[in-house]
Design a protein around this ligand. Structure first.
Ligand SMILES: Cc1ncc(C[n+]2csc(CCOP(=O)(O)OP(=O)(O)O)c2C)c(N)n1
Ligand SMILES: [Mg+2]
Length: 915
């Protein structure tokens, strides 16, 4: 009981009156039973609400429809035609999957998810979903991924797809219809990838929030747009599905509707066999402040409920677990009469006038078009909170007794001849599908003729609603609408930090400020932070561009009056998400795809602790990439040894490796401010320049302070900048070697050459080693900055492939091989990330290659101790260079041993990867 003990905290100003109320309540419980007591309490609460007596929300209501039958609105559509259209779509969806699996057994597809939700979609398509042809952004609809066959089937019936398209469902190579919603594969159709359970609902919440953000900032008119998100009841178990619920209510997102397809089943079996998923979700959503509309029973139950004067029917509904309801969906009317209505004579009497067939046909609310219309209408009229429609359905509905509500239904991918004949009968399609057409492997599709009443009706509805969905449109692609920043934004980074010690994170914060101040692009920049703004030096922006707060700042900030104050505003620009990388990533995706979804290019920068990016929200990054997002991910406090004082869970040495798996990520590990600035400048140009590419940039940013070098002047500087973007450039040429090498290392200095590659903060150890090698060991090293191993590897793989497929043409040379062709001696590559990061290029250089990196769990200590531990400090670089030279005889093995001893390296200490 949530109020247990609660009233003791409040003074009782009239104990006698209290006693009287409690006594009468107890009398009701004793004499009339618990149901009656519950009913009276509900009535009281309703009265309290009507009288505006504030009271915490009750989170649970009886297991009946939220909208009473007598409050249902008039249905404005043509019910008969809509039923016919639904039948056509149902048929085509089932046939499409069946044909695909006849052609290639195992190609997959789903029959029963859409079969359960056809009415949920159709009421939306016919009456609520706004398209994009009015010039406004329209509605954003997130479809359940596994319902895709039905969405294609509708597009076919509308004439947007043809039979050839449907026959290539899941044959994606060469452009067939994609298994699930993938904008990457079908960029003119799907907008939102949803199939990784939970990501759709999370994205939908933040999309609705982003629509409000753009509206409040007066950047795009999203006032007429609504976000519809179709969610499975099983999908609700994903933490991501639940992750955005409270934000949606807090932000009063009445532009958001969740339609939860409560077919009571997931893949393996019931979602809550022993419980009631609808009741559970109702409580959770109401508890979070959502408006919840339950659509549990179809119209034919209305009459029974009206006659349920003593509440036995509602009681039975309340008490029956989902597992039983699932069973009833597969059983005969006689079984239902016996087991559901049977045990209680009053209940049995209630359905005496109904035949067994009638009982079996008592439908669930999610298949009742009028009930659904009423719910959608109420959802669109509700203000001040998001709405969730909990619609009870049967998984596999209409597909026949072998499929409907069976535990295996999710996996059934084919219908037999007999099952198709039964489906045709159930859908009343005998006139449309002749018997002979059902012989053989390829049951026919059906599309109403152009000009037929069904076709005209669909066209008219689509016209009224502003165009068909789903549809992905990119208007004003590229630079239109997003001006390039002025040169002043970048200028200072070419000069270096002029003696001042700064970090790349600080430099980035400055660059972000410059971009925000840019007269053209500034207002389209979206800084996104999950509660680490201060850590990354962004707190100055709080007062400058303000934190977005839909209701403005309703309190006096504790630091009001100070120069740097925590300022929230309705037109604030920063999305301060709080501690939710998942939420922040969903915001990022909304902003990164806004050039398409809302025809409004935006420039998002999402800054986070690098460890909590690819590792924590990797699937969302993949989703953003699928959605063709454009924007910048900034992995701050990067490196396994650079951020001292955190530890195993914080010290990131793998994000660059994880990033290497995402095809559209450009991953960079800059060492200096001018590198970072050149990368961002190029990224903006690549995303929103002449031929706008759907790419995401990932930059690691460190918090180690050092003097940032200046970019060389003139053409040399231009070449460096090109190298930075391409992934590699020479930072320092061969070091002059002392004539008398200290310690008498053997061999001539001519032979003792080596190349050190560094990235990010590893630059300082690399340069220190280069100096020591020249001064003490007679080895002349050049040093290269590798800003992107990923870019170099991708280029090399592309060229390798080209060479393989063009055997008689002159072979091409990968960029990295060309760059390092003239570099002498072995290569030692040092990074603050795992060794696998530099290893990405090892195959493409001719020199012996030694990576030094930070494999293993991170830990807290000083940078020096950590770099010694992970063997990436200058001493280890020196030893690695000498050891590599020793294998070719330029250095004696005993000299390497001497170096190990001189630097105090414990040769037999455990490998840091496993220690
Ligand atoms: C993250 C993730 N885990 C697992 C799956 C595999 N999967 C696909 S559909 C499904 C069951 C879906 O059940 P529900 O959400 O109730 O949808 P329904 O088909 O019943 O409408 C599962 C487990 C997935 N797609 N994504
Ligand atoms: Mg389900």
């Amino acid at each position: 009981m949530i109020f247990d003990g609660f009233s003791h905290q409040v003074p009782d100003i009239d104990p006698r009156e209290t006693e009287e109320w409690l006594d009468s309540f107890e009398a009701v419980v004793d004499q009339r039973g618990k149901s009656r007591a519950r009913f009276l309490l509900m009535k009281l609460l309703e009265r309290a609400q009507a009288a505006q007596v504030g009271f915490p929300a009750t989170v649970s209501t009886p297991y009946v429809n939220t909208i009473p039958a007598d409050e249902e609105p008039w249905f404005p559509g043509d019910e008969h035609l809509e039923r016919r259209i639904r039948a056509f779509i149902r048929w085509n969806a089932a046939v499409m999957v069946t044909r695909a699996n006849a052609r290639y057994s195992g190609i997959g597809g789903h029959l029963s998810t859409y079969a359960s939700s056809a009415s949920l979609y159709e009421v939306g398509f016919n009456h609520f979903f706004h398209g994009k042809e009015t010039g406004l952004p329209g509605d954003q609809v997130f479809f359940q991924g596994h319902a895709s066959p039905g969405i294609y089937a509708r597009a076919f019936v509308e004439g947007r797809l043809d039979e050839g398209d449907l026959d290539r469902f899941r044959f994606e190579i060469g452009g067939g219809l994609s298994s699930y919603p993938h904008p990457r594969l079908m960029p003119e159709f799907w907008e939102y990838p949803t199939v990784s359970m939970g990501l759709g609902p999370l994205s939908a919440v933040y999309q609705a929030r982003f629509n409000r953000y753009l509206l409040n900032r007066r950047i795009a008119d999203t006032s007429a747009s609504r976000v519809w998100c179709f969610v499975g009841d099983g999908e609700f178990d994903e933490p991501e599905t639940r992750a955005g619920l409270s934000l949606a209510a807090r932000e009063q997102l009445d532009n958001l509707v969740f339609v939860v397809n409560c077919n009571l089943q997931r893949l393996d079996g019931p979602v809550r066999g022993n419980g009631k998923v609808i009741q559970e979700l109702e409580a959770e959503l109401r508890g979070n402040g959502w408006n919840v509309i339950k659509v549990i029973w179809g119209s034919r139950w209305d009459e029974l409920l009206a006659r349920d004067v003593d509440g036995v029917l509602v009681n039975k509904m309340n008490e029956t677990p989902d597992g039983e309801f699932q069973k009833y969906a597969t059983e005969s009317g006689a079984y239902i009469r016996e087991h559901f209505f049977g045990p209680d004579p009053r209940l049995r009497a209630l359905v005496e006038h109904l035949s067994d067939e009638d009982l079996q046909a008592l439908p669930r609310g999610g298949h009742d078009y009028r009930k659904l219309y009423a719910a959608y209408r109420a959802a669109t009229e509700h203000t001040g909170a998001p709405t969730a429609i909990l619609a009870k359905t049967v998984k596999g509905w209409t597909l026949g007794p072998e499929i409907e509500a069976r535990n295996a239904t999710h996996q059934i991918k084919k219908m037999s001849h007999a099952q198709l004949v039964a489906l045709r009968h159930r859908l009343h399609l005998e006139d449309e599908i002749p018997d002979e057409a059902l012989e053989g492997d390829a049951p026919p599709y059906y599309r109403p003729a152009a000009g037929s009443p069904a076709s005209q009706y669909m066209e008219a509805r689509t016209r009224v609603l502003g165009g068909s969905l789903p549809q992905r449109v990119v208007r004003g692609k590229g630079a239109e609408g997003l001006p390039a920043p002025e040169p002043a934004a970048w200028a200072e980074f070419r000069l270096g930090s002029r003696g001042q010690e700064v970090s790349t994170t600080m430099a980035f914060a400055r660059l972000l400020r410059n971009l925000l101040r840019d007269p053209g692009v500034g207002r389209f920049v979206v800084p996104i932070i999950p509660d680490e703004g201060r850590t990354f030096g962004l707190d100055a922006l709080f007062s400058e561009v303000k934190i977005y707060a839909s209701g403005g700042q309703r309190y006096t900030s504790v630091d009001a009056g100070l120069l740097l104050q925590y300022s929230e505003a309705k037109e604030g620009q920063i999305l301060q998400e709080g501690i939710t990388e998942a939420g922040a990533m969903a915001s990022f995706t909304a902003a990164a795809t806004s050039y398409a979804s809302l025809s409004q290019p935006m420039l998002p920068f999402f800054l986070y602790y690098s460890m909590f990016g690819f590792q924590r929200v990797g699937d969302q990054i993949w989703q953003c990439s699928d959605a063709r997002g454009r924007g910048f991910l900034l992995g701050c406090t990067a490196g396994r040894t650079t951020m001292s004082g955190e530890g195993l869970q914080h010290e990131d040495g793998q994000s660059l490796l994880l990033a290497s798996a995402v095809p559209t990520i450009r991953a960079y590990d800059p060492a200096f401010a001018y590198e970072m600035a050149a990368i961002v400048e190029h990224g903006i140009e690549e995303m929103y320049g002449r031929d706008g590419q759907d790419v995401l940039y990932y930059l690691t940013l460190y918090n180690e302070n050092y003097v940032m070098p200046a970019l060389p002047d003139g053409p040399e500087g231009d070449e460096v900048r090109r190298g930075v973007v391409d992934g590699i450039y020479r930072f320092a040429g061969p070091a002059p070697v002392a004539v008398e090498p200290n310690g008498g290392a053997s061999g001539t200095t001519d032979e003792r050459r080596a190349t050190i590659l560094f990235s990010g903060t590893a630059w300082s150890a690399a340069m220190e080693a280069r100096e020591a090698l020249a001064r003490e060991w007679g080895v002349s090293c050049e040093a290269w900055s590798v800003t992107s191993y990923k870019a170099l590897r991708e280029d090399a793989l592309e060229i390798e492939r080209w060479n393989r497929l063009h055997p008689t043409a002159a072979p091409r040379v990968p960029r990295v091989s060309r760059a390092l062709a003239a570099s002498a001696g072995p290569i030692v590559a040092v990074t603050d990330f795992m060794k696998a990061v530099p290893d990405q290029i090892a195959r493409f250089v001719r020199q012996p290659f030694t990576p030094l990196g930070t494999d293993g769990f991170g830990r807290s200590d000083t940078r020096e101790a950590l770099r010694r531990h992970f063997e990436t400090d200058a001493a280890h670089i020196v030893v690695a260079v000498l050891a590599a030279l020793a294998t070719t005889g330029q250095v004696k093995h005993t000299d390497v041993e001497r170096a190990i001893a001189e630097y105090g390296i414990a040769a037999d200490s455990p490998d840091p990867r496993v220690s």
